[in-house]
Design a protein around this ligand. Structure first.
Ligand SMILES: *Cc1c(COP(=O)(O)O)cnc(C)c1O
Ligand SMILES: [Zn+2]
Length: 436
């Protein structure tokens, strides 16, 4: 274990990040607003770092002394500034599960709860905090995104805080909570008549014409690095060690791949011991191109047309799908899908066992977790982390009609008592628990 004692050194231009490197052919590009290898192979670009320098500059102690946000990991993030946009994003709870674990038959289950991330209650606050910090450094005054809902919330909120002009694009059929949760920050909101993949295509065209910073298009290499913090935090919160198994939702597949990169980087610089971590992924049956490819043993992802209540992860043509497949296979994980009713059951199960109200994406993760345990694909003894990436208050319509109704009573004791009697016979409450 290397434990350096020096304080962090930040480069004057780009911190410890050095280039954008093509994931396919290895071509290097400068750290600009660029996401594909346009000179050679059109592969995706990813941020590279000088790990030798990084190793000498970070330690558990320097990280622990940092802010209580994702910016405690700033040397691992592709920004130069000493003054990033810090709206308290990150360091969300890692909850040791007791009741859900028991229900599923697991001994060491943890919930990483990004349903309470700041400022907009989803993991997207991580990627946007990084992308907009870099956007500001690169001189953008208008920022934008193609969103399945949460990203629009996050981009609008953090742009407002950072005083950047903002125009976001969403599919027109999103949940009301996600639309309202964007409009409140007063950006320009374009509700596009089409699915996410069509929104994304339009945004690529807009991006070519307007000099805007699209967080998940031309700024995508910086954006996606923000997801590594979901790996860093879990490692730190487990007492500077890696788990045995993780389960995370897959939309484009970016988040999943970056948790992997985060773990690898911590090993590379000596912050944690190396360990084989199994990576399992969750998709909704109605949009499961990566799970289908995994099941069929394919190394390519065939695009699908999404049709599911899990709208936040409904990407039919996932940009990082093939990399997710690779990680699942080489780590001995699984990529599974679950139906919409199973997703609702997953949301209810997490709420009634752990007191966490997640959105459809989290319901997908919990339902897949349950399915994998039932199939013997997660060992009861494994230290398993389920990533809950969004908040249920934003997708209330998903559970409307599936969770019962309040018992309406008169403001009188006998009315209450009659209702309790009824509740007992209906099984609406667990009577044993009411008594204790
Ligand atoms: C965007 C999103 C994801 C997954 O995103 P990737 O494109 O796979 O990185 C997961 N959960 C929620 C709630 C999201 O909004
Ligand atoms: Zn290339």
């Amino acid at each position: 274990m290397t434990v350096a004692t020096s304080t962090p050194i930040f480069g004057t231009t780009t911190g410890f990040s050095t280039t954008l490197k093509c994931k396919e052919c290895g071509e290097d590009y400068p750290l600009e607003a660029k996401h594909i290898c346009e000179d050679v192979c059109f592969g995706p670009l990813e941020v590279k770092y000088d790990y030798d320098k990084l190793r000498l500059s970070v330690s558990r102690a320097t990280i622990e002394a940092g802010p209580n946000s994702i910016w405690r990991y700033r040397p691992f993030l592709p920004v130069a500034t000493n003054n990033p946009i810090d709206v308290g994003t990150g360091m969300t709870p890692l909850v040791k599960s007791h009741r859900l674990a028991r229900r599923l038959g697991l001994k060491n289950l943890y919930i990483k709860n990004d349903a309470v991330n700041m400022p907009t209650l989803s993991f997207k606050d991580r990627v946007v905090s990084v992308a907009l910090t870099r956007a500001r450094e690169l001189g953008f005054s208008t920022v934008s995104c193609a969103s399945t809902g949460n990203l629009a919330n996050s981009t609008a909120a953090i742009a407002a805080h950072a005083s950047l002009d903002c125009c976001v694009f969403i599919p027109a059929d999103l949940e009301a909570g996600k639309v309202l949760g964007t409009l409140i920050y007063n950006p320009t909101v374009m509700a596009v008549k089409g699915n996410y993949d069509q929104v994304n295509k339009l945004c690529c065209e807009v991006g070519n014409t307007y000099g805007w910073g699209f967080v998940n298009i031309n700024l995508r290499p910086y954006y996606s690095e923000g997801s590594k913090t979901l790996g860093f935090e879990v490692a730190e919160q487990l007492g500077w060690q890696l788990p045995d198994h993780i389960v995370a939702p897959l939309a484009s597949g970016s988040l999943y791949g970056k948790i992997y990169k985060g773990f690898q980087e911590f090993v590379k610089v000596g912050l944690v011991d190396d360990k084989a971590v199994r990576f399992s992924g969750a998709q909704a049956e109605g949009c499961s191109p990566i799970a289908q490819a995994f099941r069929e043993g394919r190394d390519f992802v065939a695009p699908v047309k999404p049709n599911t209540i899990a709208k936040s992860i409904a990407i039919g043509n996932p940009a990082d799908g093939i990399y997710a497949l690779e990680i699942a296979r080489k780590t001995g994980g699984n990529i599974e899908s679950v139906t919409d009713p199973e997703i609702i059951e997953g949301m209810k199960l997490l709420a009634e066992t752990e007191g966490i109200f997640t959105e459809t994406a989290g319901g997908t993760t919990i339902a897949v977790l349950k399915k994998l345990v039932a199939a013997g694909k997660i060992d009861p003894d494994e230290t398993t982390v389920a990533y809950i990436t969004g908040n249920g208050l934003k997708t209330q319509e998903a559970v409307q009609g599936y969770i019962g109704e309040p018992l309406t009573i008169e403001a009188k004791l006998d009315s209450f008592e009659r209702a309790m009697e009824r509740a007992r016979t209906l099984g609406r409450l667990e009577w044993q628990q009411v008594l204790v």
